[in-house]
Write a protein that binds this ligand. Sequence first.
Ligand code: NBP
Length: 475
Amino acid sequence: MIKSDIGIIGLAVMGQNLVLNIERNGYTVAVYNRTLEKLNEFINGKGRDKNIIGCYTLDEFCNSLKQPRIIILLIKAGKPVDDFISKLLPLLKSEDIIIDGGNSFFRDTIRRSEKLENEGIQYLGVGFSGGEEGVLKGPSIMPGGSIKAWQQMEKLFQKISAKINGDPCCFYIGSDGAGHYVKMVHNGIEYSYMQLISEVYFILKKLLGITSSELAKLFAEWNEGDLNSYLIQITSKILAEKDPETGKPLIDVILDTAKQKGTGKWASQEALEMGIAIPSITEAVYARNISSKKDERLKASKLLEGPIPHFSGEINKLVEATRKALFAAKICSYAQGFSLLKAASEEYKWQLNLKNIAHIWRKGCIIRSHLLEQIESAFQHNKNLDNLLLDSYFSNVIKNNQKDWRYIVTLAVKNGIPVPALSSTLSYYDSYRNPSLPANLIQAQRDYFGAHGFERVDKEIGRIFHYDNWPPLYD
Ligand code: NBP
């Protein structure tokens, strides 16, 4: 019997396409799925007449693999991953490799790495990005975990990944949960960029009343310049589509309530834990949360007052200012993601290579963007860069765009158009660039009510003072 090079468990969209990608690259793949109908459907459908071996039990699956066995799980994150690992363990031998390719929470990956290392099993937590199409044609891959397992997987992963001028979009990220952490931050940036694009779409729609097909052309034009990116490209395609049922623009028949699976929330929670500000990402999560309260919003719309959007200025100027605002905000949101990675690298001792991470994200993944070429180059020049905004390329772009960005945020606020990501990102920029912030008043308040103390501008940092004569509130 022919033994398979690798096995994949989980035949939903990601699993099926990963199997087809690996097989196309010259490997024999064993497959298994919890629900056997899906397995049947796949091996008799897309997987037919290929070097793909369908297995109907986990025993059969494990026996069909060359040793040391390599098994990729592409299943729903959380308990299903722990359950499958428990079922696999009695069937595996020391040195076999388990790879979790789903969007697992990085702390779960750290826990599983430790547990499996103790059992003699090599473990990798790998972030795949690119959605259905990317994973088939060449995803961006973020592998973390056992370095020894990575060395055995390097050739295969780099072969199936997206490429930039022949260089793979896949490098080892770091130990235990590093790969899943980087994927979580990738998804956080994805949330923020999607929200920024949606806000810009809304401003143009509300203020100019232009049609979706005109907007589609505008986004296609933008995609030819600085904003060139997968998400701008698909936005243009989306806006051009018509609903076959009503003939209306498809976008206008889609309900305005956004769903989420949790990676944006995890990134925000993690940033709070780490004391790093990523407002563009967190506001994008909040925006999805508030969008989901459709019934409440409908009630509120009948009760709560606001201006009626209106614009009487020069249309071309507004469109150009909007483009510049989006580009500046986008830079700041990527900057926040990378500053979170820098902090995590120190906290978890992962020694993340931010240049390589920018390279991995340049192709295959959802946040791929022309901008990442500049980000890669910024970290190549200075691997210890504290924040992308301190790099001269980015500071110059924002210098040229910030006036338009302020104009757009002001215009949106005046017209009652919600722009949580555009405005909070602008405040992030203004806070970051400001040599003085009102935190002195916060320190004074803290000292007043809780004797928490403060440092003084005219004394050495770290020396704590109390003011003993705060006047009492009541005589
Ligand atoms: P899903 O995330 O929808 O998961 C479906 C797969 O998980 C099926 O094989 C299903 O088996 C299995 N599963 C098991 Br085992 N227990 C389950 C349970 N309790 N509830 C639901 N499904 C269960 O599939 P996907 O979209 O292909 O994603 C696979 C992994 O890759 C996920 O971790 C996802 O977050 C990640 N990911 C997805 C994308 C994307 O664009 N979709 C991108 C990047 C990463 P069954 O057939 O028996 O129900």
